[in-house]
Every structure is written in C-alpha cells, then in structure tokens.
Ligand binder design. Structure first.
Ligand code: KOT
Length: 831
C-alpha cells in the first residue's frame, strides 16, 4: 500500500488485515454485520436475496483482500502482465467458486446452519452474468480462473452488457427469448471505478497536417464521444492470487446536454445520454455467425479503446516508456472480436504519443497474440470498408497503411497477384471489406488454434498463406476447463471420493487423477463411484421434473446433448437416432435398446431458422415419445430450457453418455466434451476438435468413435455427395426421414419439419445421412456396454483418471511459456 499516510499504511499491512483463514465464528459475525450494516436488514425481515447478498459481500471482502495483495506484489516486482481481451465472458455463479477458492465452504455451511440458513438455498439464489454466447465466453472465464490460480499477473477486459444472453423459454415447443435482467437485484461482486474512465470517439473526419518540426500530424475530429467506466469483478485463484475482470460500461460524457436543457428541450438532453448507453446495452446473441451490425462494431471498438488506454495508463504509471510496452505486456485477442485493437494501438502510439510508424509497428506486432476459435466461413469476421470508414475514419486509414506495407513485403518476396489478393487485409471481391482474421494475424506475433486438429486445419486452410509465410508464428494451445468449478464445486460427491483415495493435490495438479486408475478394478470403489453418479442423476431428475414436468427414472442411461444449437453440431442426428429407436420399439424390434433418457439443452441464435426448427423438432419428438404408453419406460426425451453455466454444473455430473457428434473438421475444440468426461461420462464422438486428444488420452477402448474423419469428409464433398442415394439404400433411415413429414409428430401437420427433411435429402451439408449408420451401430454397442455395469464403471473411472491434460491450468501454463513468456508471481498469503 503506497500512501503518504503512515496510519493508513499500517492498517493495510498484512499483519493488521489478519490471516487468510476464517473460522466459522468469524464468518458468522462478518455475515451478520454485512446483513446489518451492509444492506440494512435484520434477520427477521431478511429475504433469501438479502441473505445471499450479505454472504456475497462477506466473501467478496476476503476476495478483495487477496486481490489487493496480489496487485501490490505485481507492482512492486514490476512484473510482466497479460491483458486478455474478450468480447464475452461466462463466469457462472461466483459464490460457490469463491468459497472453494478460499477453502471455507464447510465453515460457511456450518456458520449459516447455526443461523438456520441453508447455504444451498443461497447458492441457488445467485443470478449468473450471462455475458457470452457459449464456448468462447466460457473459455475466457476458465482462463481467468487459471491465470489467478497460477499467479499470472493479468487483467481480463470486456464489456459490461446490461442485458446478457437472453433467457430461453419454450412456447408450444418453440424457443422464445426473454430479456436477461442479471443486474435487477444488484451485483454484489462488482465495484464501479468512476475514476477509471476513458473517452471513446466515433465518426467525423481526419486532417493531415504537419507538426512544427515538419513531421506528419493527423488529427481526428469525431462527431460523437462516449465515456467508458470500469466495473471490476475480482477473480480469485484457488488458495492463491486474485486478478480482476474489468468490464466497461458506456455512458454519456455529460449526463445532460445543458444547452438543450436550458432551451427547454428536456427530451433531446436525455436522448444523447440514452444513445451513448446503448453501446453496452445488449450482447449480440449470435454464436459463430455474424450480424455485421454497426452497433456490434461500436461495442468492439468501445471496449478495445478503453482497455488499451487503461493498459497504457498502467504502463506509464510504473514509470516506463511506451516503446517498452511489448516487454511488459502481452495482449491476447480472444478471436477477432477485439482485433480493431491493432489499428487502435497504432493510432494511440503514432497520433497521440508521437511515435514513428516503424517503431509503433514494432511495438504493436510484439504485443498482440491472436487466438482463432473457428474455421466456419460464416463466423470469420469481415467489416465493410464503408461502415468501418464511416465509424472509425482514422482506423480505416491506418488499416490501409498497414496493408500497403504488408503487400509491399509480399511483392518483395515475389508473391503472385492472386496470392496477394488472397492475403490482403482488404477483400476486394464484391463490396470491399476488412478481413479481421488477416488484420489480427498481420498484427500479432503469435496465432494459435484451440486443439491440435483445429490448429492444423487453421494452418492448412483458413490461414494457409500466412502459415507458409511465417511458419513459426503459428502454434497450438489445446483448450482446457476450470476443473475446480466443473468437478470440485459442481460434483462434490465425486470430488470427495477422489480426494479420499488420492488426496487433494488434483485441485491444483489435475494429472494427479492418474492415481485413480488402480481403483478401476476395486469392486467397492466402483460401487461407490456409480452410487455418486446415481445420486447426481436423482438430483438432475428432480430438477428436470420441476422445470419440465417430465419424470425420468434415474436408472436409465442419461444420454446428454447440451451445447449451442447449430447444424454443424448435429443435434438433429441425435433426433434421427431417437426416432429410429422409437420406430423399432413400435415395430416390436426393440430388444437391444437399454432404457434411455435423452436430455437436450442449448440456445439457438434468435435469427437462425434451422436451429430454431431443430429445437421444435426435439420438443415434438419429446411430446410424442413421452406420451406414448407403449414406449414410456424405455425412452424419455427432454429439452431442458435455458442452458447456462449454472444448469451445466447440474447436468455434467449426472451424465452417463456425452454426445460430441459434430461433423469432423467443424468443431474447433469443444470444451463441454472435457467437462463431461471429467465427470465420468463416456463419450460418443467423431474425430473432431479436442475429441481427438481426449480419445488419445483416455484410450480408444474407452471412447465410442464413429463417423468420417476430416479428410474423408473433404474427399466425400469433393467427389460429389448425394444424400438421396444413402437414403435410397437404407430402409430404416428412409422410415426415419419419412417420419419427419408424416404428420405424426405434429398433429397431422406435414409441413413443419419439411425444411429439415428437404435440407437433409437435398444438401445435407453436415453429412448426417453419411454418418447415420455408423452412429446407429455405435449406439447399439453402447447400449450393450451399459448392460454390463462393471464394464461401464471401469470405463468411467478410467476416463476421469486420464483427463489430467484438460485442465485450463495446463492451457494457461502453455500460453505463459510459449506465447506470453511470463513468469508466475505467487503472492505470500501471510498469516
Ligand atoms: C463465435 C463468433 C466468431 C468466431 C468464433 C466464435 C466462437 C467459437 N464462439 N464459440 N466458439 C467456440 O469456442 C470454443 C472455445 O475455444 C471452442 O471449444 C468451440 O469449438 C468453438 O465453437
């Protein structure tokens, strides 16, 4: 604590702030004080939300204590730091995770119990921040967790959306979107930092003049400005450091336009404020599909601009020179959403800090690293030159200049015209646009994919020319997950059983799980293992009954497909399978079918026609199957609405079978696949994304593989794919496909699923028909293994024991060593 005031300084000394361990009594006192002084309530009138808030504030104090100490240490050591720039985060509920990280879950449970308060009810009360769409946002949060735990000095920058991802409800089986009001009851985990605020400009024009010394000076006169204010949420590592997730909220620079107000035009005065605040109003709910909307570009620039100004502020505050920025900071771009940072840093260095272009470019290109998360063409960001030039005229000039210099470099290396056009940052075909992946690649010192297969495909397909030009710039960092959240917090039963056998080291060293292998042959252990799973299934079944009214028998095989709804993820392949089983049962041919509960969950982008139709298809099949007396104890189908991190934490621990059935080559990595396997589910999957590496780790005999691989997919497509021919030759498939338009699914309505039917027979871009038979046969094998509980339990134990690679701690360790070259700083948690 650096202050001139000795009295204040001594208060903040480690000793006087007290130790890090909190006793039950201390928790109780702190909690009651928060309830009384913090929110002005006495227990007799307090609501569950009051209790939750009081507990959150109690815990937050402890989190802040560690965060502040970490900051102090980082500043003192003048250590190198990481800025993680992500337009999305999905932190999930904070309370349970923070309790684990402080190692006070049990003390807190007991303290509350003595006050007749149930900790579980308070955990349930938390509304999670839904500030992301799916995998990409959740990965960012897993990475913050691991950066904190490993002691990597870092800040996660993002956007404080007032309305996060919509809440999904079902209306007559169709998805309906409801606004997410996560801030409605306040947010005890964040603090606003009004003094950390920056101006962000838009539009207008530039002027090219000269400085007194004759050098070029560009001035940008914008036509609007907003202010970005920092909202900080501390993120605590396990028994370790604290870092911050700093989210920017847009506000008007002056709350009122006084000139308008004085003239009596009250509405106009407030309107400006409203327009400014619009920027961070709502998250775009498109996953891997771009809207190209102006407001989205504004959001991207807004948060990048605030974050870079903040990074520069922190850098200068340490008494450093700007030309050493890349020595002290690496800025990781989470996909291209923040890639406008490349020209923005150039602008800040050249225009605002008078650095020469060459030097600024050197700094920029040594500061950024870029992670690519998708190969899907529809997800690769492109902004029209016209729009970008209108909204950010100076940035457009800078992009042109970066591109001019880059293309000159290519010409010097004798690249052909065609190659140059392909690699240019500006796409000249049709309406001119900026290829953000090219901008990010040219502006970064490293580019990584998120699984071995994905990184290979990135190099051989989407960024092929760049990988040839700069081979050492490309690398792979396979994704990982926050195993403390997704195993220790969400599956306490299994976590306890594991710790009983191998100790608690796995909490910070996941490969220790290997020690479980030897228990796969231990009868008693296997029984306890399956007992934990059964208890989790009972819990999920209760939840599903409450949410959907559908009753599941926990002894059924829980076959789970949860993730965003997308054609490439092939939820509809699963539906074809369910229909095949249903028809077999109806035709008296259901001998090999083990009783199964099919559980689906996931949101569809509101404008994605086919994805929404797939949800309707699932709910219609559920209606049919669940109400058919003939198949009732054999098959059940549920669509669990509003899949979120909170729901996920209930679902993964209760799954027997994990569906990872995307068409090979399409899923960059997947992270749900890891969370399932870590909780003892077996996987049926294609050789896609990280499935490849999961299979390699757990052993091919413990993984149910089916379908074409990436190369076979490519060959099939190149040689002309005719789904109808497959349909024509496969009688059962014919029956299933015909069933979609038979009217039996929707009260005689034959049209509702015709788009799905026609798409499959005419194009089938994701090769469902091609992979159908292989999938059906693998499922038959699975049902057979399920009938052998000993075999199933062994496979489940071996899966968990061999998942050590997939912790986000390992991923972050690799980022730190290979990309960031940053040393961990472990803060002494003095007693
Ligand atoms: C969305 C829009 C543009 C570009 C990429 C995306 C994107 C990619 N959103 N989510 N992803 C997923 O990211 C995960 C984390 O790396 C991967 O595991 C998953 O395969 C991607 O689909």
């Amino acid at each position: 604590m650096k202050t001139q005031n000795k009295k204040i300084e001594s208060y903040f000394s480690h000793e006087s702030l007290g130790g890090i361990e909190l006793s039950k009594e201390e928790i109780k006192t702190a909690f009651l004080e928060k309830l009384f002084y913090g929110i002005g309530r006495i227990p007799s009138v307090a609501t569950t939300n009051d209790f939750y808030t009081a507990l959150a504030l109690t815990v937050r104090d402890q989190v802040f204590k560690r965060y502040v100490r970490s900051l102090e240490e980082y500043a003192e050591l003048d250590s190198r730091g990481i800025a993680y720039l992500s337009a999305e985060y999905l932190p999930g509920p904070h309370l349970g995770n923070n309790l684990l990280n402080l190692e006070i879950t049990e003390e807190t449970r007991e303290a509350l119990a003595e006050l007749d308060i149930d900790l579980e009810a308070l955990l349930e009360q938390e509304v999670e921040p839904g500030l992301g769409n799916g995998g990409l946002g959740r990965l960012a949060s897993c990475y913050l967790d691991s950066m904190a735990t490993l002691g990597i000095p870092s800040i996660g920058y993002g956007i404080r959306y007032e309305f996060g991802i919509f809440n999904q409800t079902l209306k007559e089986g169709w998805q309906a979107e409801v606004t997410d009001k996560w801030l409605h009851y306040g947010n005890p985990w964040e603090v606003v930092r009004p003094e950390i605020a920056f101006e962000v400009r838009f539009g207008g024009r530039t002027e090219h003049g000269k400085n007194e010394d004759g050098t070029l000076k560009v001035t940008w006169t914008p036509d609007s400005e907003v202010k970005g204010t920092a909202y900080d949420t501390p993120i605590l590592g396990y028994n370790s450091n604290g870092i911050v997730m700093r989210l920017w909220k847009a506000e008007a620079i002056d709350s009122f336009d006084f000139s308008a107000y004085n003239m009596g035009d009250y509405y106009r005065a407030v309107e400006k404020k409203m327009r400014s605040e619009n920027i961070t109003k709502v998250l775009y709910p498109n996953d891997e599909n771009l809207s190209g909307k102006e407001l989205r570009l504004k959001q991207q620039y807004f948060f990048v601009c605030c974050s870079l100004q903040d990074i520069i502020r922190l850098h200068l505050m340490q008494g450093r020179k700007l030309n050493t920025l890349s020595e002290k900071f690496s800025i990781q771009l989470n996909d291209t959403h923040p890639s406008i940072a490349v020209p923005e840093l150039m602008r800040l260095l050249v225009d605002e800090h008078d650095m020469e272009w060459e030097e600024a470019w050197h700094v920029t290109r040594h500061t950024f690293a870029y992670t690519n998360h998708t190969l899907l063409p529809e997800a690769l960001e492109k902004w029209s030159v016209h729009l970008l030039g209108r909204l950010l005229p100076r940035h457009m000039e800078i992009i042109y200049e970066i591109n001019r210099r880059f293309l000159n470099e290519l010409r010097e290396k004798h690249y052909t015209g065609e190659q140059i056009a392909r690699m240019s940052i500006i796409d000249e075909r049709g309406e001119q646009s900026v290829r953000m992946a090219h901008l990010a690649t040219v502006g970064s010192f490293k580019v990584n994919g998120v699984s071995r297969l994905h990184s290979r495909l990135l190099k051989s397909q989407v960024l092929n020319d760049f990988a040839d030009l700069w081979p050492s710039q490309f690398t792979n960092i396979t994704n990982g997950v926050a195993h403390r959240r997704f195993l220790a917090v969400s599956n306490p039963g299994l976590a306890e059983l594991i710790s009983e056998k191998i100790g608690k080291q796995w909490l910070t060293d996941l490969p220790q799980l290997k020690g479980l292998e030897k228990y796969a042959d231990d009868v008693d252990f296997r029984e306890r293992w399956m007992q934990v799973k059964l208890q989790n299934k009972i819990g999920l079944a209760r939840h599903i009954k409450e949410r959907t009214g559908v009753e599941l028998d926990p002894s059924m095989l829980f076959d789970v497909h949860v993730k965003r709804i997308h054609e490439y993820k092939r939820q509809h392949l699963k539906v074809l399978h369910i229909l095949s089983l249903y028809l077999r049962l109806k035709n008296g041919k259901g001998e090999g079918i083990s009783p199964t509960a099919f559980i689906f969950g996931g949101k569809a982008a509101p404008g994605y026609f086919m994805a929404k139709r797939i949800i309707k298809l699932i709910t219609s099949v559920a209606e049919l199957v669940n109400n058919d007396k003939e198949v009732q104890d054999r098959l059940k189908v549920v669509f669990l609405p509003n899949f979120s991190v909170k729901q996920a934490q209930r679902v993964y621990p209760a799954a027997d079978l994990s569906e990872q059935i995307s068409m090979a080559g399409k899923e960059a990595s997947g992270t749900g696949n890891m969370k399932f396997a870590l909780n003892g589910a077996l996987t049926i999957g294609t050789l896609d994304g990280a499935n490849v590496e999961i299979r390699e780790e757990v052993g091919e005999e413990n993984f149910f593989l089916f379908g074409l691989n990436t190369e076979e997919v490519q060959t099939k497509k190149a040689s002309g794919y005719h789904p109808y021919r497959i349909y024509d030759r496969n009688e059962e498939l014919q029956e299933v496909i015909d069933f979609l338009i038979s009217g039996e699914l929707e009260n005689g309505n034959t049209e509702i699923f015709r788009p799905v039917h026609d798409n499959l027979l005419q194009q089938d871009p994701y090769l469902l028909l091609e992979d159908y038979q292989s999938y059906i046969e693998k499922m038959e094998e699975i049902h057979e293994v399920w009938r052998s509980p000993v075999k199933w339990a062994k496979m489940s134990i071996l899966n968990v024991a061999r998942m050590g690679k997939f912790s986000s701690d390992r991923s972050i360790h690799e980022y730190a060593e290979e990309i960031w070259k940053v040393e961990p700083v472990k803060v002494q948690l003095s007693k």
